[in-house]
Ligand binder design. Structure first.
Ligand SMILES: Cc1ncc(C[n+]2csc(CCOP(=O)(O)OP(=O)(O)O)c2C)c(N)n1
Ligand SMILES: [Mg+2]
Length: 824
């Protein structure tokens, strides 16, 4: 079924108009007295208590940042603290109805949301569960510290646990919620439904969509709330997230059990400022933020503006929106009006706003207003309130004293080998199914898949029985090998999903997924919008929730569109969480050719430069299948490079057996000798392997030089020992790949090899890459990428003169210097 909608010209050319429903603005109009029959007295007081805790906690941080002490106890906190003093009602109101199954994501200004959500979870979880969480988290490290033996209830202990865990994290202590590796802007605590907060403005938007996608695909309970600022509305990722979240297919194409809108609230915490810029009146043009929903979907994302200065108005909104979501009509957009009295950060001089404006908001400070309402309604007395405040202040002071105590709360020692960061950059686990209890949903058994059947008649090796090379169309190629690995994993891991542009009926942009459409229901394989950022960002959110995602960007040049998602999110969350989170995401990208400058660059080096990403680039069917299997059974993010030049390349290195039909793995990080030799080593990355093999043949035939050709296969991690052993034997090495030479990963490899094998080398390692140009059009593309002759030229010029060899293209030191001087 390749189409969901037939486009009839008579329909789409008809005249008419688009109409919008009115957008509700601050329609909640009940007073606390009107609400008395809907809330228990203790709940109404607890709302105030939670606001007071958030206020006291952040006021303490404000004192520390501005004055270097709290209550006379000195501390120098060098890191950030973006405070939300003034915004407490919106955080506490939002959290009030949420359970631990409801997950919130946030921004750089999320201390209040963390505490409010944590306090709400503590209230709802029973004592045994709470104690279980505290005993098991980080081996009970926080509990041991805060449990002084004094008689306190599980809930009281849990509040101290929450305050200390968050504060120790903000202060970068190893006992913090994320072992001090996240800090103020990234802290979170998943057992209470508090998911990662993000220092990149708008960064949580597509991640939250991925989290909601996880809930929808895997039928998990609860909703997801994305808390981002009003200024993030202008970010590309936010728009991509909104388009992804509202795709028609969720409600129209997915099967009965999975059909429905994503369980998501995009909540814009609207404090009317970015840092100093004003989205309304200056940097934006949308007026009332709730208006945006009307541009996104016909149901206008049920958007409305709500008064975040009144906790009861927010509770009312969350209750109504949750109902919409639970009946499958999400997602929802909220424009939550609030105001921060504190600066963007404590050093902010507030030069961008009038003092009178701050005063106006302070005069109706929601903490005070709500407290006055409680007193006026007779819910409590001022003595009750004073006692409550004293208890709150004591708790904050207790957690402050503990968190700044270097003995009780040390920082991680990152100097020794095997330190916290060394052991959490990658999780390095092997997990075949992320939900072994569940059976993977397949539309037909693997053996009955039409492509699997077609492949049965193909040779699994590119070499025939008599050693002859078989025609490509008759053999299993790289694209088939990848398909086999992927289908095999779909049959094992029920959480595995794949998506990207043209992933379903088209069969993947380059045919790798042909046959998958027949095998998988929509919710496991679907077309995404052309939103590269959201493709990766949602995969991050999906993985953070416990699933495994395989996503694709057609050309690796499009990585630029997903820059933040790949370089700051996919790569960093495992280590920023102190190892609390896993990131089983495989990102397939292909290196193009024939399509010119914006479709043909090899960006392996850019990915390899970012800590936290595994990077592979197989060049044979055998390696492609084995590495894909490893990537899809691992728990780390893998950027999986493929080359469009060689998708139909057959297997030439594994004898008559060729590519095994069943499951096998190739460990990520181990290079492979593709041709043995004794005189010269050639190390290649990606499709250049085949050009290096041609060069090796010529060297043997015409110059009697025996070249050993090593295929890197992986880039990060990378085991140098195999290469060093080869160099010990040959004494010389040339490195070649299709990436532009300047800043190429080959330069790093060459430098490492020189450092580690200097005594064995007769000549410095030589790098042969593409020119430092744009990729020219197909017809003249060969002048850009390295070919056999470029490898021979480099050997002749820099390694050893080849008798009688005539250099094809100037590459002498003078020319090298000239090109460097000119930056080309
Ligand atoms: C992508 C990105 N650009 C800029 C910044 C610097 N920055 C941090 S917070 C901020 C303002 C964000 O405003 P808003 O989204 O409304 O959140 P608020 O600070 O008001 O809570 C800016 C510009 C950043 N962290 N990330
Ligand atoms: Mg703002």
């Amino acid at each position: 079924m390749p189409k969901s909608v037939t486009i009839h010209p008579t329909d789409v050319r008809k005249s008419g108009e688009v109409t919008f429903d009115p957008i509700p603005v601050n329609q909640y109009n009940r007073s606390l007295k009107d609400e008395l029959d809907r809330y228990a007295r203790e709940d109404l007081i607890r709302i105030h208590r939670d606001m007071a805790i958030v206020r006291a906690f952040e006021s303490m941080l404000n004192d520390v940042k501005r004055n270097g002490n709290y209550q006379g106890i000195e501390y120098n906190h060098r890191g950030p603290a973006h405070l939300s003093i003034g915004q407490e009602a919106s955080a506490v109101g939002q959290a009030f109805l949420l359970s631990a199954d409801d997950h919130i994501f946030g921004s750089h200004r999320s201390h209040g949301e963390i505490l409010a959500k944590g306090l709400s979870a503590i209230e709802k979880l029973d004592d045994a569960t709470l104690l279980g969480i505290m005993r098991s988290y980080d081996g009970g490290a926080i509990l041991k510290l805060i449990d002084t033996g004094a008689a306190r209830s599980a809930k009281e202990l849990a509040i101290d646990f929450l305050l200390y865990g968050a504060l120790a994290e903000i202060f970068g202590r190893e006992k913090g919620f994320n072992r001090g590796m996240g800090g103020s802007m990234h802290a979170f605590f998943t057992p209470f439904g508090i998911y990662p907060n993000n220092a990149i403005v708008g960064g949580s938007s597509d991640i939250s969509v991925g989290a909601a996608l996880f809930k929808r695909v895997n039928s998990r309970s609860g909703i997801v709330i994305c808390n981002i600022g009003d200024a993030s509305v202008n970010c590309g990722p936010t728009w991509e997230a909104l388009s992804f979240a509202t795709m028609d297919q969720f409600k129209k194409l997915w099967d009965d059990a999975h059909r429905g809108g994503l369980p998501l609230i995009m909540n814009f915490v609207n404090n009317f400022y970015g840092m100093g810029g004003q989205p309304v009146g200056e940097t934006g043009g949308f007026g009332i933020l709730a208006r945006l929903g009307a541009g996104i979907s016909p149901d206008q994302m049920h958007a409305e503006r709500v008064d975040g200065y009144n906790p009861l108005a927010i509770i009312d909104a969350i209750a109504r929106k949750r109902e919409i979501i639970l009946r499958g009509d999400g997602p929802v957009l909220l424009d939550t009006v609030t105001y921060r009295f504190s600066g963007h950060s404590p050093s902010d001089a507030s030069s961008y706003r009038e003092k009178s404006e701050v005063d106006e908001w302070q005069q109706i400070d929601s903490l005070q207003t709500y407290k006055d309402d409680l007193l006026e309604s007779g819910i409590c007395t001022s003595e009750d309130m004073a006692a409550l405040q004293a208890k709150v202040d004591e708790a904050v002071l207790r957690s402050y004293k503990l968190a700044i105590d270097v003995k009780a709360s040390p920082r991680a020692d990152l100097y020794a080998p095997g330190s916290l960061l060394e052991s959490t950059m990658f999780s390095n686990q092997h997990v075949e199914s992320l939900d072994p209890e569940r059976k993977p949903e397949l539309l037909l058994p693997v053996a009955e898949n039409p492509r699997v059947k077609r492949l049965e008649s193909r040779s699994r090796s590119g070499i025939g029985p008599n050693g002859e090379t078989l025609p490509k169309g008759k053999c299993v190629g790289i694209r088939d090998a990848l398909f086999e690995a992927i289908l095999g994993r779909f049959a094992v891991d029920p959480t595995l999903i794949a998506y990207g542009e043209e992933n379903r009926d088209w069969g993947g942009a380059f045919g790798v997924y042909q046959g998958l459409t027949e095998a998988l229901p929509y919710h496991r394989l679907f077309n995404s919008p052309i939103s590269e950022g959201a493709i990766v960002g949602t995969a991050v959110g999906y993985a953070l929730e416990g699933g495994r995602a395989l996503v694709e960007l057609m050309y690796c040049d499009f990585l630029g569109r997903a820059g933040d998602e790949v370089f700051n999110q996919l790569s960093k969350w495992q280590s920023m969480s102190g190892g609390m989170l896993k990131m089983p995401v495989v990102l397939r990208v292909s290196v193009g050719s024939k399509y010119g400058a914006q479709h043909s660059q090899d960006w392996t080096s850019i990915c390899a430069h970012i800590p936290g990403l595994k990077v592979v680039f197989p060049a044979t069917p055998y390696d492609s299948k084995g590495l894909m299997n490893s990537a899809l059974t691992g728990t780390d993010p893998v950027v999986f490079f493929e080359s469009q030049r060689i998708y139909d390349q057959t297997e030439l290195f594994h004898g008559k057996e060729g590519v095994p039909a069943g499951f096998y793995e190739i460990p990520i990080g181990v290079p492979d000798i593709k041709r043995e030799g004794t005189d010269l080593t050639i190390l290649t990355v990606g499709a250049t392997l085949y050009r290096a093999l041609e060069a090796a043949k010529t060297l043997e035939a015409e110059y009697g030089i025996s070249a050993e050709v090593i295929d890197a296969r992986s880039i990060v991690p990378f085991d140098y020992e195999i290469v060093i052993e080869s160099v010990k034997k040959t004494g010389q090495i040339v490195l070649a790949s299709d990436a532009c030479e300047r800043g190429s990963i080959l330069q790093t490899m060459a430098a490492k090899i020189a450092q580690l094998a200097f005594n064995y080398l007769d000549a410095p390692p030589v790098v042969v890459g593409a020119r430092n140009w744009i990729t020219p059009p197909d017809e003249i593309e060969d002048s850009f990428f390295p070919f056999e002759s470029d490898i021979l030229d480099a050997i002749n010029e820099y390694v050893e003169p080849l008798p009688g060899y005539e250099t094809k293209r100037v590459c002498d030191p003078e020319d090298l210097l000239r090109r460097s001087r000119e930056g080309i």
